[in-house]
Design a protein around this ligand. Structure first.
Ligand code: ADP
Ligand code: ZN
Length: 757
């Protein structure tokens, strides 16, 4: 066969180039690659794992194509439907197909070094011969008493043991085992172990609950769903959404013999929810935990693709679970921003879920107490079907929420007049302090929420709570010190710092929020006898750190749980009777168009942690803007009014869901070069927009990002706004493919961003 006759295949590689590559099939390789097969190929002096997209012609080839080095699997890694899904991701989120495909596979399958994923094996020692009589035995081991010990130990263990056990626990020497093996008395084999780290967690017993009438109705509606239908399950906190998911899965998996995917925002934060699924479905579930090792992930992936596991539960990437015959995809807490991937490809798992379900004929359930504005709007327009669970299970009521008004009472720091005080009585006001003390005294538990420390400082009137916002963009202006000014991080509008409030003449104060550690110290000084636990990124880096802290709360070993937004989700502790929010304003005033929405969701979620037991509960929110709709509607548990107000606020200037955004971010180690490139890029787009698609896309910026630096890189951005998705795709793709970027700088595009920080 001449080189020219060698069949060629088209291969997608996870490299930052918008193209596919052609390789020759090596006839010496026993497995022929088919569509979806992994192939190991040479690429620029290294090996890459690619995905075969099918046969290719040699048309227009300028060089002799290189040969495929290896086809590692007997079966394709991705079926046609998964390939299609990845094509959609590549197209919509403007990324090379190879990068989308890499995202859909476990890391162990896509690193070139791990073309054969390192699987955990253990070595098993087995007896191969009987030595039935003592005489046999005495003779066989006359000069090897140690071998006799091992031999008899194995007998007493039923004939097999792991090598580790014999060597480590029982302290036999390896040479003794080698001796036994050499004489054919035992054999030592490698055995693959499927690791399931969740198996070590005990599941709560599966006490079967009878669905309430409202739950029954929801379940019936879902069961009657047609292929590709999307349901928005709007159920207040404690309304029993999890049971609805479970009953739907019972139908899908047990009765229809199909499979299901359950997405949760982050498994580490929701061990209780996961335990409830495990209690019902046991080992038919694969839990795809973010702390799994590559090998563990690969085990789970294989178990799902072989049909040994029927349900995948996991965070966003579980949407790529290799299940066949998919019947349902559940997206719990669908409003959570963690469903959006923060790196390329910046896909939204909720959107991918809907696309996948349509292609595979599954139904989608989006569940939330505080649905995203996007989903709510889609339910309003009839695109999704709305199902409501407006009441708590068992006649429980939502907790009473009170506001602690921080205005007029900001305690000035002695050294400067630029910010509110940071002493205990300035941070925890009387009402909240008294409530904490009472709760402690009654032997009940409190949760204290502290918003993540603000990325940026804002300036707020101490008297009326007013904050200066951008006249163009309606987002909070950020206070910068050198030179002193207020800056909009969307459009770069600037104005001088105001020391007095334009509305009431009161004195303005700079805010940035406190760290959890600071507040923990203050609490420990105030409540010396209290057992205080802190949950934030610093205390939860360990693999099981979240679960451990939450288990301690459940066991009553914690009096006060202090933490960032990670404590707001999914927790169901009947003895928590007080929830305090230390400073709602830090969240409301993030310079982001979704700041109010996030804050409302957070307040509603965290309030939902209180009063889940018979003792009831209350919530205290400290704020300087009690009349802000995010606070006001959270206090009255009024989602509908919040959404109405918030949607009105997103008309002019327009923000999603009234149109769509793409955020284009430039970064580099030189501030000047980065800003220059952002300006050049914005001009480039502006010219393009003038010649094409006039009026369909508008550009805002460029401006420095609100998070101006990440590690050593400076960040600038501009934003594209459009109501026309295909125009957005066209312009975005043209920019990402054609705009020249110097090697030291980077450009990323985030379509439908959940934040513009
Ligand atoms: P949500 O997820 O909607 O906030 P959950 O699913 O966590 O609510 O349910 C809240 C509590 O109510 C849980 O403790 C759950 O076990 C309980 N629960 C749910 N449905 C029922 C039911 N039908 N009967 C009794 N208890 C229920
Ligand atoms: Zn602006």
């Amino acid at each position: 066969m001449t080189e020219a006759d060698t069949p060629l295949v088209e291969v997608a590689l996870a490299v930052p180039l918008f193209q596919t590559f052609r390789y020759a099939i090596d006839p010496a390789i026993p497995v022929a690659p088919v569509v979806g097969s992994r192939v190991i190929v040479p690429f620029r002096n290294r090996k890459e794992v690619g995905i075969c997209l099918g046969s290719a012609t040699s048309d227009g080839l300028r060089q002799t194509p290189k040969r495929i080095l290896e086809v590692p699997d007997a079966h394709p890694a991705l079926n046609d439907r998964m390939l299609e899904l990845c094509r959609w991701i590549a197209e919509y989120y403007i990324v090379p197909l190879g990068i989308a495909l890499r995202t859909a596979l476990p890391a162990a399958m896509t690193g070139a070094e791990h073309s054969q994923p390192a699987r955990k094996t253990r070595r098993i020692v087995r007896l191969r011969q009987d030595l039935p009589t003592l005489t046999h035995r005495d003779r066989a081991f006359a000069r090897a008493p140690q071998q006799r010990l091992v031999f008899e130990m194995l007998e007493s263990l039923g004939g097999t043991s792991t090598l580790d056990h014999l060597l480590q626990k029982l302290a036999f020497s390896p040479s003794v085992l080698k001796g036994l093996e050499r004489r054919g008395l035992v054999e030592i084999d490698a055995e693959e172990v499927d690791r399931d780290p969740f198996a070590q967690r005990t599941s709560r017993s599966a006490a079967a609950l009878d669905p309430t009438a409202a739950q029954q109705q929801a379940i019936a509606t879902l069961k009657a769903g047609a292929a590709g239908d999307v349901f928005l399950l709007h159920g207040i906190t404690g309304s029993g959404k999890t049971l609805v998911y479970i009953e739907l899965l019972r139908e899908i998996v047990d009765r229809r013999g199909q499979t299901g995917i359950v997405l949760v925002p982050e498994i580490a934060l929701t061990p209780q929810t996961v335990d409830r699924f495990r209690a019902v479905f046991g080992d038919r579930i694969a839990v795809l935990h973010s702390a799994l090792s590559e090998g563990e992930r690969y085990d789970a992936w294989r178990a799902l693709s072989r049909g040994e596991k029927r349900i995948a539960v996991g965070a966003r990437s579980a949407i790529f679970a290799p299940l066949e015959n998919l019947g349902a995809i559940i997206v719990d807490e669908e409003h959570e921003s963690s469903y959006k991937q923060g790196e390329t490809p910046r896909y939204h798992a909720r959107e991918v879920a809907i696309v996948r379900a349509r292609a595979e004929g599954a139904v989608v359930v989006l569940g939330s107490a505080t649905p995203s504005l996007e989903s709510w709007t889609n339910a309003g327009s009839g695109k999704y079907t709305l199902i409501s669970l407006p009441e708590r299970v068992g006649g429980g009521t939502l907790p009473r929420i009170d506001v602690v008004d921080l205005r007029h009472r900001d305690v000035q720091r002695p050294d400067t007049s630029s910010g509110p005080g940071t002493g205990y009585s300035a941070v925890i006001r009387e009402e909240l302090d008294a409530a904490l003390a009472n709760t402690l005294q009654r032997g009940e538990q409190s949760i204290l929420l502290l918003n993540r420390r603000g990325y940026s400082a804002f300036v707020q009137c101490g008297d009326c709570g007013d904050v200066v916002v951008c006249p163009n963009c309606s987002i909070t202006l950020t206070h910068h010190r050198s030179p002193e000014r207020l800056l909009c991080h969307y459009c770069a509008h600037q104005e001088p710092l105001r020391v007095t409030c334009a509305r009431c003449g009161g004195k303005t104060l700079r805010h940035r929020g406190l760290g959890t550690q600071q507040v923990e110290r203050l609490l420990k000084d105030r409540f010396a006898s209290a057992r205080i636990a802190r949950m934030d990124v610093d205390t939860t880096s360990g693999k099981w750190a979240h679960a451990e802290i939450l288990d301690r709360v459940a066991a009553g070993e914690v009096d006060m749980l202090l933490g960032t937004q990670m404590i707001a989700k999914g927790l169901d502790f009947p003895n928590v009777t007080l929830v305090g929010v230390v400073d709602a304003d830090v969240g409301i005033n993030l310079p982001d168009f979704r700041a109010s929405e996030r804050c409302f969701q957070l307040l509603s979620q965290v309030a939902g942690r209180a009063g889940r037991g018979p003792k009831g509960g209350r919530v205290l929110i400290q704020t300087r803007v009690p009349s802000h709709h995010a606070v006001r509607c959270a206090v009255t548990h009024d989602y509908a009014t919040f959404v109405k107000d918030e949607l009105e606020g997103r008309v002019k200037p327009a923000y999603p869901p009234n149109l769509r955004l793409a955020n284009i971010v430039f970064s580099g180690t030189s501030d000047r070069a980065t800003s220059q490139l952002a300006i050049t890029g914005a001009n480039w787009i502006r010219e393009l927009l003038e010649t094409q698609t006039a009026g369909e896309i508008t550009l805002v910026g460029p401006a420095p990002c609100a998070i101006e630096r990440v590690k050593t890189r400076w960040r600038w951005h501009f934003v594209l706004k459009s109501s026309n998705p295909s125009a957005m795709t066209r312009v975005s793709r043209y920019f990402m493919e054609k705009f020249p970027v110097p090697p030291a700088l980077r450009v990323t595009l985030d379509r439908d961003p959940v934040t513009l920080l």
